[in-house]
Design a protein around this ligand. Structure first.
Ligand code: CA
Ligand code: CA
Length: 351
């Protein structure tokens, strides 16, 4: 008997090619102001989004008093959370159950009032919070949304805090070049997120396409790449015609795919860096067919596969993991390749 294999999701997609690189004009510095907007239904896909455990406070800087006082108490598994949402030293909001939200009102270091909305989640014995508001502004006529991805009340954490170009859901960390309306810009955001300066990005560019040659029935909801020198990141999940990016070498940083209620994460795995040529174009061939790679042992006709030694590898070497719901990972078929007889099948709970 020989090796067994599995195939998974007949991933199949997608779409058209196009788009010539567009260069920005002028390198003068321009300023932009942003205004805060609470988000009642959070649907952004934010790489590296933080959920911070409440430990005595909500750590959004408020005047000279540190964060906002917060207290977790009550019976194990049914903990409540009290928060001082206006920073007067007294808790005035109680959360119970599995989730909640709060609007914090404070003053920044210069004494200016600010609002900061948070989502709250209760898991195990802990309460956790994450950001629930964004900054909105316009850069060179393009709508841009800023996200405090690590939820620390500062909006300019380089390569951590994120932005969204136009209307999409897929956020990208802010690096040396941001893609807005098909053009590239440099953006320097002030810590309070209320203002920034921008310049046109003028180095050489090429077109990168992460959807045209992606094989899968699932929809890419995030496809984040990073230049191998660490200077740039771009999320190309919504870019069905490719995206103008600084030319050079890139690698997948993280991605995710969804089909109805099923989802999986995609990591770099064994993928090699790829090159976006100056004034040229590159489309990454990735996705299905996905191959299961694993170690197995046979004892008296019983085949044992260790889930830890199991990997699902796509066409470009990328690795699929984090299947949700956890019992709908790829189905494993064990087949005798000489007789073509199916010997066994099973399904892993991968999470
Ligand atoms: Ca209070
Ligand atoms: Ca931040």
């Amino acid at each position: 008997m020989t090796i067994a294999r599995s195939s998974f999701y007949s991933l199949g997609l997608m779409s058209l090619f196009a788009a010539a690189p567009v260069m920005g004009a002028g390198s003068e510095e321009n300023s932009v102001s942003f205004s805060y907007k609470p988000v009642s239904k959070w649907e952004y896909i934010v790489p590296g989004e933080s959920w911070v455990t409440v430990d005595g406070e909500i750590s959004i800087p408020n005047a000279d008093e540190g964060g906002f006082l917060a207290r977790v108490y009550g019976p194990e598994g049914a903990e409540k959370l009290d928060i001082d949402t206006n920073g007067d030293g007294r808790c005035n909001l109680t959360c119970k159950g599995l989730k909640g939200s709060a609007r914090l009102k404070g003053k920044d270091a210069e004494g200016n009032s600010f609002t900061y909305d948070i989502r709250l989640a209760h898991s195990g014995k802990k309460w956790m919070y994450s950001t629930a508001g964004v900054m909105k502004g316009k850069v060179d006529g393009n709508n841009i949304t800023l996200i405090d991805a690590n939820c620390n009340g500062r909006w300019n954490d380089y390569a951590v805090d994120c932005y969204i170009d136009g209307k999409g859901d897929a956020a990208t960390p802010i690096t040396e070049a941001l893609s807005l309306g098909g053009k590239l810009y440099g953006l320097e955001v002030k810590e309070d997120g209320q203002a920034a300066t921008w310049t046109a990005f003028e180095d050489e560019t090429g077109t990168l396409d992460m959807t045209k040659e992606y094989e899968g029935k699932g929809k890419l909801i995030s496809a984040l790449v990073e230049s191998t020198d660490g200077r740039f990141q771009f999320n190309l999940a919504d870019c069905k015609k490719g995206l103008t990016v600084p030319s050079g070498s890139y690698i997948l940083k993280s991605a995710s795919v969804k089909k109805r209620s099923l989802s999986a994460k995609i990591a770099k795995g064994e993928m090699k860096p790829f090159e976006v040529p100056a004034a040229g174009a590159f489309a990454l061939e990735w996705g299905g067919p996905v191959t299961a790679v694993y170690d197995w042992t046979e004892d008296n006709g019983k085949i044992t596969v260790s889930p830890k030694a199991l990997k699902f590898i796509g066409k470009a070497g990328e690795e699929y993991m984090g299947f949700a719901p956890s019992d709908v990972g790829p189905k494993i078929l064990v087949t005798d390749l000489r007789s073509k007889k199916k010997l066994a099948s099973g399904r892993f709970k991968l999470c």
